[in-house]
Design a protein around this ligand. Structure first.
Ligand code: GLU
Length: 497
């Protein structure tokens, strides 16, 4: 059987990283097995439909490099791929199921059911519309065919007829066999009064018609599996394989990761920006390959020590055995570390072309861009870190007063003057290091103080990339000017002491 998998999001808002992880595992499973990756938009719940989410899903998949083989944007022979466009198909199959005796019409008024529910709750019971009480309600099981034919001219829903006392057996590739007593299930609504199918019905019909070989989705859908199995059974269809992925947990490991966790701790939970209140990994300076690699590690491991993978490697290595049962704890520091590793895999001349990089380099001589990226790449965890890292190119940081005061007692201005004299005589700064090292040795000047003085003069603080590389990027004139300014600064400081 050909591998056909689908990612089936509901357009109810931005895609959470959990959703994108589901898409990724589907995508990888398809690529690994020479299969087909399908996007199906599950938009039958009109009340929850949010404008813009479908376009957001498309953009996010594109950014992440997971373009579907079939879907609403590029078509395919199993379309339409938007459930709202498949109404007639569901109607045909609901009629078939009713004919087979697997479903029935129900005409109950919402308020009647609400009263029943309230009454049950007041007695501490859960209200279930099912085998034990369905004969008490207003449905086609209690009516003659003629009465039913008359009543379906008005409003109705269609319910699944769950036979009580059956041992429903389902099999999940990750969790194994699960049994459930069908008496615990209610007669789920399959078709709503607006003629739209519910999630359960549309999902099963589409997975069957689209010849899905394996359903890969989040663990939150596991409780729905027995209902889906009963629908497959009622039709007499063979069910696909099922794989329910572990939840993505909060950094604390306690409970499911939510947007609120991200807002509280300052990390994104969406792939890209959704609105001004929720930016994404992309806007935080992640590159797609780093983001995807981290997503893959949320619930999967290769069985080796290796943690850094390109998409091509993941497509080859991804396997079922590597998927864990337990929840996967989200760790933003780890995500940044993975992104850092991916930034190192890119050559400076490639990285420099990223729009986000260009944005951070505005105002800096383009001739210096590649050298700067070469110099700073190893210091970057996200592209956004570049902002702080290139600060010294545009202007030195304001002097770190604490360090400057400590250094003042060593008369850095005298040293700086000597350094400046040395530089004055040089054509270019490429052998500055050697020159200063020899000079400090000959004059018994502690290298530490020398380097600190020069770094403070050029950058204003003691951290940053290689000092002599900084000099090269700044060039002779700017280096001399900054040293001059630092000399005045330290002179003033020593006078005020
Ligand atoms: N539409 C469901 C969702 O939004 C899909 C569940 C499934 O994959 O079966 O997650």
């Amino acid at each position: 059987m050909k591998t056909r998998v689908r990612f089936a999001p509901s357009p109810t808002g931005p895609l959470h990283i959990g959703g994108l992880r589901t898409a990724l595992f589907n995508y990888l499973f398809a690529r690994k097995n020479n299969g087909v990756f399908i996007l199906r938009v599950e938009d039958t719940d009109q009340n929850r439909y949010v404008e813009g989410s479908e376009a957001y899903i498309q953009k996010s998949l594109e950014w992440a490099g997971m373009v579907p083989d079939e879907g609403p944007f590029n078509g395919g022979e199993f379309g339409p791929y938007r459930q709202s466009e498949r109404k007639e198909i569901y109607k045909e199959y609901i009629d078939l199921l009713i004919q087979k005796g697997g479903a029935y019409y129900a005409f109950d008024k919402t308020e009647d059911l609400s009263n029943e529910r309230a009454a049950a709750e007041s007695e501490g019971r859960t209200f279930l519309y099912g085998a034990q009480n369905r004969m008490l309600f207003d449905n086609s099981l209690n009516l003659s065919p003629e009465e039913t034919a008359e009543k379906i001219k008005g409003d109705y829903v269609v319910r699944l007829k769950v036979e009580p006392g059956q041992n429903v057996t389902v099999f999940d590739e990750i969790r194994g066999t699960i049994h459930l007593d069908s008496s615990l299930l209610d007669d789920k609504i399959l078709m709503k009064s607006d003629g739209m199918p519910t999630y359960h019905f549309a999902n099963v019909v589409d997975d069957h018609l689209m010849q899905i070989s394996c359903v890969i989705r989040g663990e939150e859908w596991l409780p729905s599996l027995p209902i889906h199995q009963l629908i497959y059974n009622a039709f007499g269809w063979k069910e696909p394989k099922f794989m329910h992925l572990p939840l993505i947990l909060k950094p604390s490991g306690k409970g499911k990761l939510s947007k609120r966790d991200g807002d509280k701790d300052g990390f994104p939970v969406f792939p890209m920006q959704w609105d001004e209140n929720s930016s994404g990994f992309k806007e935080k300076g992640f590159i797609a390959s780093g983001f995807i690699n981290y997503l893959a590690l949320l619930g999967w491991n290769s069985g080796t020590e290796q943690e850094i993978f390109t998409m091509a490697e993941l497509e080859k290595l991804f396997n079922l055995e590597g998927i864990q049962k337990g929840g996967a704890r989200f760790d933003y520091e780890k995500a940044k570390w993975v992104n850092h590793q991916h930034l190192q895999l890119l050559e400076a001349k490639t990285l420099v072309q990223e729009a986000a990089v260009q944005e951070q380099l505005i105002g800096i001589d383009p001739n210096k861009h590649i050298d700067l990226i070469k110099l700073l790449k190893e210091r970057l965890f996200t592209i956004n870190d570049l902002k702080e890292e290139v600060h010294w190119v545009k202007a030195p940081f304001p002097m770190d007063e604490k360090i400057a005061s400590k250094l003042s007692s060593k008369n850095p201005q005298n040293l700086l003057k000597e350094i400046s004299n040395n530089i004055e005589t040089m054509e270019e700064l490429s052998d500055l290091k050697e020159r200063l090292m020899t000079w400090s040795k000959e004059n018994e000047i502690p290298v530490g103080i020398l380097m600190q003085s020069l770094r403070m003069a050029l950058v204003g603080k003691l951290t940053g990339p290689d000092l002599f590389e900084i000099c090269k990027v700044l060039g002779k004139d700017v280096t001399l000017k900054r040293i001059d300014q630092a000399i005045s600064y330290f002179n003033l400081k020593s006078k005020s002491l």
